[in-house]
Design a protein around this ligand. Structure first.
Ligand code: ATP
Ligand code: MG
Length: 338
């Protein structure tokens, strides 16, 4: 089967498992908005993924709105992209179940994110956290999405999505699902924790000081960059000099991504600079880029009914694509429909 038979279509999602971070913005939202208009784009607030770990029911709907507000504030246009929350399209869960029956336990055991998130507590975490990559495959394949822009941390899950599509196609002797491409490009595919350059910045991370939140004010942003861990050396003279210096590399990559330049160009500008010079420049840049977005987010959050309306309309458009694909999947599998 030639995979060119599938119309180019983008799908990606963000969990409402906490406030949006600079990692989510640079690694996901900014890139999602960048592709908008070039092909069909479908973006989701994946609330069913969020509940794989405990979420306070009183907070969940608001977190869902906040992620939606982040997308909208960063430039997602609901007339150009479909924007909705996952739980409003039941077909995600239904296809997710079928993929639970396609994916192999051995494949799940290789997922590094599960190992990271479960840690030494693997017996006590939810079954949903373990099975989550099969639901993620359903999110993507329910739309026959051909491209999934994600951060580096999600590469393994998109590869698993391809494995699930290939096994489904093989087992049922069909060419029904595309082999989706992960799209991991630009300087910010893995923004690191500000206190530990070997760990990813995450919205569900333990300490607020390890991440920049989209809603942080100028003082907080300046303070967090000032306290960010670095080594004692100044910035190198060339980009090669960042090798083996994860914290330095991270701050340079954040600067590059915020300012739409390459890390090499940042080093050229700041060759040999001390942290006392670079960190305040980075904080100023981050404030200049994030403040307009966080102001806009606050404006959206002041009108939750409007966000709910946008998500509802998006869900309707999503169902119009998803439901026929789910129905065809049921037919392939042989599930009876009266
Ligand atoms: P959680 O800690 O709950 O897993 P998260 O911050 O990892 O939250 P997700 O909702 O899991 O966010 O991921 C949403 C998108 O953001 C994904 O495409 C993911 O690859 C991207 N992303 C998350 N963290 C980073 C990061 N530090 N750098 C670049 N991209 C990131
Ligand atoms: Mg994550």
């Amino acid at each position: 089967m030639t995979q060119t038979a599938f119309t180019p279509r983008v799908f990606s999602g963000i969990k409402p498992s906490g406030g949006l971070t600079l990692g989510n913005y640079l690694g996901a939202i900014k890139r999602f908005v960048g592709i908008q208009g070039q092909m069909e784009t479908i973006y989701c607030v994946v609330d069913m993924h969020a509940i794989t770990v405990w979420q306070d029911p009183k907070e969940l709907a608001n977190m869902t709105r906040e992620v939606a507000a982040g997308y909208l504030a960063a430039g997602l246009d609901p007339s150009q992209s479909i924007l909705f929350n996952q739980s409003q399209v039941a077909a995600h869960a239904e296809l997710g179940w079928i993929f639970n029956c396609v994916a192999r336990v051995g494949w799940m055991n290789r997922m590094t994110q599960f190992k990271d998130k479960a840690g030494s507590n693997a017996e006590k975490v939810s079954l949903g956290l373990y099975a989550y990559p099969a639901l993620m495959a359903a999110d993507i394949l329910l739309y026959h999405a051909t491209h999934v822009p994600v951060g580096e941390d999600q590469k393994q899950h998109v590869e698993l999505t391809r494995d699930i599509a290939a096994k489904f196609n093989h087992d049922f002797k069909t060419d029904f699902f595309p082999l989706t491409e992960p799209v991991i490009d630009g300087p910010a595919t893995r923004i690191m924790n500000l206190r530990d350059g070997t760990k990813k910045m995450s919205k569900s991370g333990e300490s607020d000081m390890e991440r920049i939140n989209m809603t942080d004010d100028a003082d907080k942003i300046a303070k967090k960059f000032k306290k960010a861990k670095t080594d004692p050396e100044p910035l190198p003279e060339t980009a090669e000099g960042l090798a083996g210096r994860p914290e330095a590399r991270n701050l340079v990559e954040i600067y590059a991504a915020l300012n739409d330049m390459t890390p090499e160009a940042v080093i050229t500008e700041y060759a040999g600079a001390q942290w006392g010079k670079f960190k305040p420049a980075l904080a100023d840049l981050a404030v200049a880029k994030l403040a307009p977005i966080s102001d806009e987010m606050a404006r959206f959050m002041a009108d939750p009914a409007e966000i709910d309306r946008i998500l509802g309309e998006g869900a309707e458009k999503a169902r119009a694509i998803a439901n026929p694909i789910l129905r065809d999947t049921y037919d392939v599998v042989g599930l009876l429909r009266s």
